[in-house]
Design a binder for this molecule. Structure first.
Ligand code: BGC
Length: 739
């Protein structure tokens, strides 16, 4: 096992592990004769009503806040704990992070969710969710603070690596399956962060979840129109609530339209409960998300985590006496938590015992490996990959990121059970084939170039650091963050590419980065943060055992000046402006729905690598677009043929150009609405199938406050990525015309 860098949170976790084992509640609900709410034949709501009748006010208030601050840092005995009430048969509830694996001692460190999204394989998302759910449970937890459903707006934001990318449809599809996989293990998904949480802030403290100072996540107010909010940022949550029965949501640190997200009646009550029919409970992000007692209680914020700051007994009692919080409201808050716990069987069982032996560590490691394989994206290949070990005599591995655990900082940082680095596995395989392997850590550019110059092929590994709590300071590989620790991945690529024309770059980054050096290298593979088995996964791709099939869930811009927030302080990180409820920075989302590739397409800006793009070792052709049904219910299919000489997988993508409802309500030129992945042997063909319905063809009409299809021409585009859409059709709707 190789060594790896560990984060402060996780280090504390390991140190505390021995001390904190075994804090579990050993009772199930109890005898219905004595505790009528324990009768499982009643509905969760009936049981909740009976239990609330029995509870004292103090008992109710005690359930409105978590009870362990230290655990939030250590991850032990869980990320969060809400104590139970033994008198009533209520055990503690244990909460765990997160989207890349369990932050609690050692665990399987999965690849970044960006890799899951890149696979465009919802079945894989389900498998990862299930593997993580199994560890969440076998480490004794009931709820997981995951998946992350935030839609990427700012490429330099510190938590992009935790997300499924920049398209709300892709985020929804991956999030839904991930959640269902997790919940199939008997734990509750707590999707986060609701809502419009898109930045950490600049000048922060990496690895500790303290926030950037300028545009801080705790203090920014998202000024956003209803349409952009609905269509882009809230829609993944809506899909999980409506299609997945999501029962737990984490509200975010920021403010939205002058209300704190955790104190917004508009978000937590009107939209989430009244409109979407959410029946679960809302808990706050940790420590600084809740900003007050009264607004939070009255708007629908059920549980303050990880401890009560505003939901303390004294503040809640004060609010009850003086400030218009009623006992009925308290009952609603507590009732939402209890009903969900009844519904998911939590109250009817003992706490899950911490039982690491029950975890199939090797099987989960293979899921992690498979994600890194399916989620790596081949961005360039001038006939260099895959490397045939029989045809070379030497290979240089350059860059210490080939030999470290590359991960993101903050609450989603996982301490891997086992680490197989790319350097270890590639060296083993190459040497077994009689190939000489050279290595240089890249610390001295000239010496690294010297090492690379004599090898047949140079593999340069370049990583960036990303962390909760601070946004990156630039879009390049080498920003202030790298300079501070003496790393210069971009300089390294240039130095090696100058002396070796067979240079392959393997990027381990937590987001899209600028790639000005791409013209000088022969091949480029984006591996994101590839997880604990990134080594075997990348070796399999480089040596051709696995044919890459990942496609980008984010646009790679040509230059930082092309982004929607370039030279626009009001869009990011926001202008200093005090809001009525305590926000300090105002962030204008006045690009509306033109986020991600929608922005670049709308502005007609060339990009380095478009959304949905990814190469294979084989090639595919598209033909025979067929459309059946009539608007809005359409079934669309296209024939895909493997025209190369290797078996490979291709994700065909369907984009729709919706008609502009009016001059002031412009639509993005194209929006991803469906995708289908097929695997084909050489010469083989298959049909990729897509379907559309009213909702997928609708926009949010602000005047009538609902989803609507506009009159006009609906343009369908099918192809290999967002800028290669050769198969097209146009369909008029509601008396509109297509020219
Ligand atoms: C993060 C959440 C996380 C929580 C608990 C916060 O800092 O924003 O995503 O679930 O910590 O660790």
């Amino acid at each position: 096992m190789s060594t790896y860098r560990s984060g402060f949170k996780s280090m504390l976790g390991l140190m505390a592990s021995a001390l904190l084992a075994g804090c579990i509640g050993n009772d199930d609900c109890g005898d219905p004769a004595e505790r009528p709410w324990c009768d499982t034949t009643m509905t969760p709501q009936e049981r909740t009503t009976l239990l609330l009748d029995e509870m004292t006010l103090d008992e109710k208030l005690s359930l409105m806040a978590g009870d362990n601050l230290i655990s939030a840092l250590t991850g032990l005995p869980a990320a969060g704990v809400s104590d139970g009430i033994p008198r009533l048969g209520l055990n503690p509830v244990y909460y765990s992070d997160g989207p890349l694996g369990v932050r609690e001692g050692r665990a399987t460190a999965h690849a970044s969710p960006l890799a899951i999204a890149s696979s465009f394989n919802p079945d894989l998302a389900r498998e990862v969710g299930k593997a993580i759910g199994n560890e969440v449970k076998n480490k004794g937890n009931d709820v997981a603070h995951a998946p992350t459903l935030d839609v990427v707006r700012i490429y330099t934001s510190g938590r992009v690596f935790e997300t499924f990318g920049e398209d709300p449809y892709l985020v929804s599809q991956m999030g839904l399956q991930w959640m269902q996989g997790l919940e199939s293990e008997g734990v509750i998904a707590n999707a986060k962060h609701f809502g419009v949480y898109t930045q950490e802030g600049l000048i922060g403290v990496p690895y500790l979840p303290l926030s950037g100072v300028i545009g801080s996540r705790f203090l920014y107010n998202a000024v956003i129109d209803e349409r952009a909010m609905r269509e882009i940022y809230l829609s993944p949550f809506e899909v999980l609530v409506k299609q997945g029965g999501l029962d737990s949501i984490m509200c975010s640190y920021n403010y939205v339209n002058d209300e704190s997200a955790c104190g917004s009646k508009r978000l937590l009550h009107d939209i989430l409960r009244d409109e979407w029919g959410f029946e679960g409970y809302v808990l706050t992000d940790y420590v600084f998300a809740q900003k007050d007692t009264v607004d939070a209680a009255n708007s629908g914020n059920d549980l303050e985590m990880p401890i009560g700051i505003f939901y303390t007994e004294s503040k809640l009692k004060g609010a009850l006496e003086e400030n218009g919080v009623t006992e009925q409201t308290i009952d609603q808050r507590v009732g939402n938590v209890l009903r969900t716990l009844f519904d998911h069987g939590v109250i009817d069982r003992k706490n899950y015992p911490a039982n690491e032996e029950a975890i199939d560590i090797e099987a989960h490691a293979l899921v992690a490996q498979s994600t890194a394989e399916q989620g790596s994206v081949l961005l360039k290949n001038d006939n260099l990959l895959p490397v045939d070990l029989g045809k070379i005599t030497s290979l240089a591995i350059i860059g210490d990121s080939s030999d470290r655990f590359i991960n993101g900082g903050g609450s989603s940082m996982v301490m891997p059970y086992e680490l197989l680095t790319p350097r270890t596995v590639i060296t083993e395989r190459a040497e077994a084939a009689g190939v000489t392997v050279y290595y240089h850590d890249g610390g001295d550019l000239a010496a690294a170039a010297e090492t690379a110059s004599s090898a047949d092929i140079a593999l340069v590994f370049a990583a960036t650091s990303s962390s909760e709590g601070q946004d990156r300071t630039c879009h390049r590989l080498t920003c202030l963050e790298e300079k501070i620790v003496g790393r210069d991945p971009e300089g390294l690529i240039n130095a090696v590419a100058a002396v070796n024309s067979n240079t392959t770059v393997i990027l381990e980054t937590g987001s899209a980065v600028l790639t000005p050096w791409r013209h000088d290298v022969a091949a480029l593979l984006q591996a994101w943060f590839p997880g604990q088995y990134g080594g075997p996964a990348l070796a399999n791709i480089i040596f051709g055992d696995v044919n890459p099939s990942g496609k980008l869930p984010l646009t790679f811009p040509e230059s930082a000046g092309d982004t929607l927030y370039a030279n626009n302080f009001s869009r990011f990180p926001g202008n200093f402006k005090k809001g009525p409820k305590g926000s300090l920075f105002e962030v204008e989302y006045d690009e509306g729905v033109m986020v991600g590739y929608r922005w670049f397409d709308d502005q007609d800006i060339p990009v380095a690598y478009p959304f949905g793009f990814g190469l294979s070792y084989t090639s595919f052709s598209y033909s025979d677009l067929t459309i059946s049904g009539s608007l809005p219910n359409l079934n669309i299919s296209v024939k895909i043929t493997n025209t190369g000489d290797r078996t490979g997988s291709e994700t065909a993508q369907l984009y729709v150009g919706l008609p502009n409802p009016s001059d002031s309500e412009r639509q993005p030129p194209r929006q991803l609405k469906s995708f289908d992945k097929v695997t084909l042997a050489p010469g083989q063909s298959a049909t990729a199938e897509f379907s559309l319905d009213t909702r997928s063809l609708s926009y949010w009409n602000e005047a009538s406050e609902n989803w609507q299809m506009a009159k006009g021409c609906y343009r369908l585009f099918v192809g290999a990525h967002s800028r290669d859409l050769a198969m097209q059709a146009s369909l008029p709707f509601d008396g509109g015309t297509c020219e």
